[in-house]
Write a protein that binds this ligand. Sequence first.
Ligand code: NAP
Length: 336
Amino acid sequence: MKIKQILLASRPKGLPTLDNFKTTTATLPALNTGEVLVKPIYLSVDPYMRGRMNDAKSYIPPFQVNEPIESGGVGEVVESKADQFKPGDLVMSTNTRPFLPWATASIFPAGSLRKVDSSVPPSYYLGILGMPGLTAYFGLMDIGKPKPGETVVISGAAGAVGIVVGQLAKIAGCRVVGIAGGAEKVKLLTDIFDFDAAVDYKGNRNMSGAIAAACPNGVDIYFDNVGGEISDAVIQQMNFFGRVPLCGQISLYNSTEVPIGPRVQPKMVTYSLLMQGFIVGNYASRFPEGIKYLVELVKSGKLKYNETIEEGFDQLPDALLGLFSGRNSGKMIVKV
Ligand code: NAP
């Protein structure tokens, strides 16, 4: 079978471009016993993938030049030589390596796949019921520890993780303030996702003033998805014993120099702040707990979600780049 695949062509310096990717064709062999042929239905693009384009040591190995990119994905079995799977089954890779290659079809050993329940939209496994939803749940609940009446500020609030954090914080009885880029996203947060207030960082020169106005009682939890100057402004407004789950720093992922900013340690000392970085994989043994919590809220309609779905395998690189200009609201996904 002939397939198309998308490889890393070169490592980007700064913001990646489409030239950092290349599309090639390959031929898949016939299946051996115990193998399964899978075509992706949805493939995810996520900010952390930018880090994998660098040749740098991290919690996950880098992509290799001239090798296929891989990401979270949900696929359909089209042929099986394994008893556990039949054509039509919806599958994902197992949690130990939860990726599908960027290829129009791939062969997997049956042991590296798991079936997924088809009673929820399959794309949800890449967003609200997948890695971003779990990130929101564990980062907020385990590190943020929200209490009723507290003020929670979220940067990257209109994205896959942020939109879930905000709603979970509302359910926990908090006042919720989102920071996002552009008037449309700010309106989405307050009108559709019931945030108490939202700040447009692209339209606001005085972020400190805008955050102070949106948070008259200061900030108790700052869920940081973006870092940089936005975070500098929020952290200065934190209350005593505030918590900062450090989830992501997307504003810095394309930096070519080590960014310099205000030192936060004096504020942290005098206000007894807790700041903790985390990777969702740290909570792998507790994923069933997180999924159960999220599934119940989604099925009862208490947790809303949105997705930006781009169409076509060839759109994968452009969709990934779109994360860095804020082209998505909610989870960015490519329907293959
Ligand atoms: P996302 O928010 O759905 O998409 C990225 C968003 O980031 C864009 O829509 C854009 O929104 C914003 N953005 C891009 N460049 C920016 C900049 N220079 N300054 C401020 N905002 C910028 O992505 P996500 O999947 O939910 O991830 C959000 C963050 O969480 C990322 O930093 C990601 O790396 C991190 N993350 C961490 C973990 C973990 O285990 N720790 C897991 C998942 C995600 P605007 O239009 O609002 O600018």
